[in-house]
Ligand binder design. Structure first.
Ligand code: HEM
Ligand code: HEM
Length: 173
């Protein structure tokens, strides 16, 4: 095992990564499913409600994740090739920035109060129909971009793992 494979993300980074991955994967898969597959209206409404609630609760977790990213060093890349290192850096930055845009556009496109699991009602931002449509378009576009980079990310992790590099261990407790 190389020296960089021995390095690990801290437990805070690991916890925040896997909470983020679970929320984002669930919301992307279920959100696109109910948007484009033929499903019962009741299921569509339920998934929409769960996803809006879960992603709203996720916002402070994402902010915490960005703060940890800014202040806590991350282990050195396992890629020896500078181009591979750059690609991983750009992809990781894209994941953070796209998540921020998806969350922001999601909140800004709300034309009614945000109901968080029936526990809280947060007033919607009350934009007119034109701006509502713009935030909606940005939300959908950024969701597609995020899904593409997430797929790339998972493919890259699998590739490293198959090539015999213990990359998942670095993001594990
Ligand atoms: C099954 C799914 C996933 C697996 C197996 C996985 C695995 C990993 C691994 C092993 C790393 C460490 C890479 C390294 O050592 O350089 C990592 C980093 C990262 N992952 Fe994932 N991941 C998954 C899903 C996701 C999802 C859905 C997101 C959503 C945004 C995500 C965001 C990130 C980010 C931003 C980093 C970089 C962390 C940093 O250096 O700050 N991952 N992932
Ligand atoms: C990481 C966070 C988020 C992800 C991954 C995500 C993902 C998605 C996806 C995949 C869709 C379906 C897109 C389509 O129709 O093609 C969707 C729709 C939607 N999102 Fe998000 N979303 C996130 C955050 C939010 C937030 C924070 C809110 C509001 C508080 C929100 C509100 C909505 C609403 C209301 C729809 C349904 C639009 C419609 O009526 O069809 N989303 N989201």
């Amino acid at each position: 095992m190389s020296a960089s494979e021995m390095e690990r993300y801290s437990w805070e980074q690991v916890l925040l990564h896997w909470i983020s991955a679970a929320v984002i994967l669930w919301v992307l898969v279920s959100g696109f499913y109910v948007a484009y597959a033929e499903v019962d209206e009741a299921i569509r409404t339920w998934v929409g409600w769960v996803n809006v609630s879960a992603t709203t609760l996720y916002i402070p977790i994402f902010v915490l994740r960005c703060v940890v990213r800014a202040f806590k060093p991350v282990p050195a890349s396992i890629d020896r090739n500078p181009l591979g290192r750059l690609a991983a850096h750009v992809a990781h930055q894209a994941l953070y920035w796209l998540t921020a845009v998806v969350l922001l556009s999601g909140v800004l496109m709300m034309d009614h109060a945000i109901d968080v699991f029936g526990w809280w009602q947060i007033p919607g931002p009350a934009f007119d129909a034109v701006w509502h449509a713009r935030w909606f378009t940005l939300h959908i576009a950024s969701c597609f971009a995020l899904a593409a980079v997430v797929l790339l990310h998972i493919a890259a992790v699998c590739l490293h793992q198959w090539r015999g590099h213990a990359i998942v261990r670095r993001m594990w407790l």
